[in-house]
Design a protein around this ligand. Structure first.
Ligand code: FAD
Length: 648
């Protein structure tokens, strides 16, 4: 009997071993205390890849018992789709076709795989997955689009609808109204951390990392379903006086020059001590990012309105490098740093004259988040809040119908929360418009301008009208004077040596031409005809521009930033109009990122960083100065809040 029992036991062990050896390479069951990056390392992959193949909505919230795929056996584009038991559908996203595979169980949508897409990393890409999950959850294609990712969302919805059509089910059954009533009955939960950060954009994540490096446990509240804010979609240009890269390229620069250009570029309306902090700490902050693994290219350029070649470009596309760097750190320390997504902070909690937390809400709960040490507001600007920008606007024509480069989360919430408890808001009328918005969307994507030095602007008549290296407000004011406030950016082959050369927003020039966003021609005359401007004027404008590059003449518009002539086919043109870009005003802080009240006194327990603050850029922010602002002051805010002792 004993021997029989032993042999049955051995057989079971053998079966288990066989099963685990089959699956060992492909799945992992999460244990208590596991963090995604460690699992990734052991599985010889990356946390990013695991997030992708497991459709993880929130990569730092894995739970014991959860089964993770270590390899992507299904979304592998090399795999023959016909082998998979699913219906394929296609829809148009932001950047081309989104292909999905829908599998059904009876009439029920069992799974949706995003098989192919070209959506922007960290933004549209994540939205496709969120929408797929929502469709499955509600068994409906009438779900809401992810805010700020409408095209990616509708691409998935159209693709799923097509796939369902192929499956021969009754499509009307999947157009049912989504019942959200269950999620509207909210509970109430309490959370505690040393430091509470509101906003998971660049400044908020920098603050979270820095607070943790200074010994704090951190809770981050983010109202959108994904991290990154405007930072992740930014052009990512980072101004810093760089002792290595600039001197290697023979660019003369100094902290003093960066200070003067920033202060005077903002019409001397910024707080000098904040400008000084920004320019002095911009390079050490860049080194801080590098110490966490972030990589910057060696090339230095002049981003639009930067006034000087000191803009650094990350290796990773758009702003993803910053956000991925912070998130890798946060994932490594996920037991100490928690991020609550889709959780909107609504007000600050003040007890005995000190800010001790924030109240927030998400579909499931009211969240009372209490802070032992401090609360950091990093909610960004208010460029996407039409009422607020009209209320404060004094510099521009009516802004109601102007589009914005910003994501929908940029509504200034943190400023109003801070003001409600007595914080001082400064420079609120300083709203930055750019001359380079995409006419239909206001977005910066699609712009064919690379570096200031290599491109030229002409109006609808084919004439130049401004120094293209001028301050942003000067260029935009000049653009408002042109017919239909419309201009064309003109560049040549030197900006795009091959069709797959990308612009600053990770789009190839071939894609932009195919989509009708950019126009391409072998001669300037042909280009003029394509874009409907006078060919004689365009040719003359380019000739004069080229003479100024060669220093044969003084540039008629006073431009000094030149590098290459525009003389090599193919030539490209892209249309641009004014767009709302940045709000320079916000919460007044000191150099420790402490929030000040209307009498200039520190509000205990409250800190702010990034575009939520004012006083750093004056009336006009230099291009490439906002990202370093988020890193420098985010880092300072994190450190200050972590070290804040309420008992002192
Ligand atoms: C298209 C574009 C391109 C740009 N390019 C450059 C560039 O090349 N170089 C440069 O220096 N600057 C650039 N900028 C400006 C720069 O990117 C921003 O100023 C900066 O990223 C703002 O960072 P932030 O952390 O302050 O705000 P954000 O990154 O916008 O983050 C704020 C976060 O707070 C969240 N939030 C808001 N309200 C709440 C609430 N109530 N509760 C919880 N969370 C909330 C938001 O959802 C968001 O995630 C660009 C901006 C845009 C829009």
């Amino acid at each position: 009997m004993r021997r029989r029992f032993l042999s049955i036991f051995l057989v079971i062990i053998l079966i288990c071993l066989t099963i685990s050896s089959i699956y060992a390479d492909s799945i992992y069951i999460v244990k208590k205390g596991d963090v995604l990056w460690k699992i990734a390392e052991e599985g010889k992959t990356t946390w990013h890849e695991l997030t992708k193949i497991n459709n993880l909505k929130n990569p730092h919230q894995i739970y014991p018992g959860q089964v993770l795929k270590l390899k992507d056996g299904v979304t592998d584009s090399n795999k023959d789709i016909s082998e998979l038991d699913m219906y394929i559908g296609e829809g148009k996203g932001c950047y081309g076709t989104i292909q999905v595979g829908v599998s059904l169980e009876g009439d029920k949508i069992k799974d949706i795989l995003i098989l192919e897409h070209n959506e922007s990393p960290g933004v549209g890409e994540i939205a496709t997955k969120i929408i797929a999950e929502e469709i499955i959850k509600h068994q409906s294609i009438a779900v809401d689009a992810v805010a700020g990712c409408t095209k990616s969302s509708s691409g998935v919805l159209a693709a799923v609808e097509q796939a369902l059509g192929k499956a021969g089910v009754n499509i009307n059954d999947y157009w049912k109204e989504v019942d959200k009533s269950i999620t509207q009955i909210r509970g109430k939960i309490e959370k505690k951390a040393d430091v509470i950060v509101i906003g998971a954009g660049g400044a908020g994540l920098a603050a979270a990392v820095s607070a943790h490096q200074n010994g704090a446990k951190v809770l981050v509240l983010e109202k959108m379903p994904l991290v990154g804010g405007n930072t992740i979609i930014s052009g990512a240009a980072y101004n810093a006086v760089d002792p290595k890269r600039q001197s290697a390229l023979g660019i003369e620069d100094s902290i003093e020059k960066h200070y003067t250009q920033t202060y005077e570029g903002g019409d001397k309306l910024a707080k000098p001590e904040l400008v000084r902090t920004l320019v002095e700490k911009a390079y050490p902050a860049l080194e801080w990012l590098e110490s966490m693994g972030m990589k910057f290219k060696d090339d230095i350029f002049t981003v639009l309105g930067a006034l000087w070649p000191r803009s650094h470009n990350p290796v990773k596309p758009i702003g993803t490098g910053y956000i991925e760097t912070y998130m890798e750190y946060i994932n490594k320390h996920s037991s100490d740093i928690e991020i609550m997504l889709s959780t909107k902070a609504t007000e600050l909690i003040v007890e005995n004259g000190r800010v001790v937390g924030a109240e927030a809400e998400n579909p499931e709960n009211i969240v009372i988040a209490k802070a032992n040490n401090g609360v950091i507001i990093a909610t960004g600007g208010f460029g996407a809040n039409i009422n607020a920008r009209n209320h404060y606007n004094k510099m521009w024509p009516d802004l109601t119908n102007l589009k914005t480069t910003n994501r929908p989360g940029a509504t200034g919430d943190g400023m109003w929360m801070a003001e409600n408890i007595g914080a001082n808001l400064i420079g609120m009328e300083q709203i930055q418009l750019l001359p380079t918005g995409e006419p239909n969307t206001g977005s910066l994507s699609g712009s064919i301008g690379h570096s200031v030095e290599d491109r030229m602007f002409v109006n609808k008549d084919g004439n130049r009208f401004i120094d293209e290296g001028a301050k942003r407000d000067v260029m935009t004011k000049a653009l408002f004077q042109q017919r239909d406030s419309w201009m064309w950016i003109i560049v040549d082959k030197k900006s795009y040596p091959t069709g797959d050369t990308k612009n600053n927003f990770d789009e190839t020039i071939d894609f932009l031409v195919e989509e009708g966003i950019a126009f391409k021609a072998d001669t300037l005359e042909e280009l003029a005809v394509k874009i409907g401007v006078d060919p004689i004027n365009l040719v003359k404008s380019v000739e004069t521009f080229n003479k100024a590059v060669e220093k044969e003449i003084e540039d008629p518009f006073g431009r000094t930033l030149f590098k290459n002539k525009i003389d090599t086919a193919p030539y490209y043109a892209g249309a641009r109009t004014p767009t709302v870009h940045h709000t320079m005003g916000g919460i007044e802080i000191n150099t420790k990122a402490q929030v000040l009240d209307k009498d200039g006194k520190v509000i205990k327990g409250l800190y702010a960083a990034g575009e939520a603050t004012g006083g750093i850029h004056g009336s006009n922010r230099l291009g490439g100065n906002a990202v370093p602002d988020t890193v420098v002051f985010g880092k300072i805010a994190g450190e200050s809040a972590a070290k804040d002792n309420p008992n002192l």
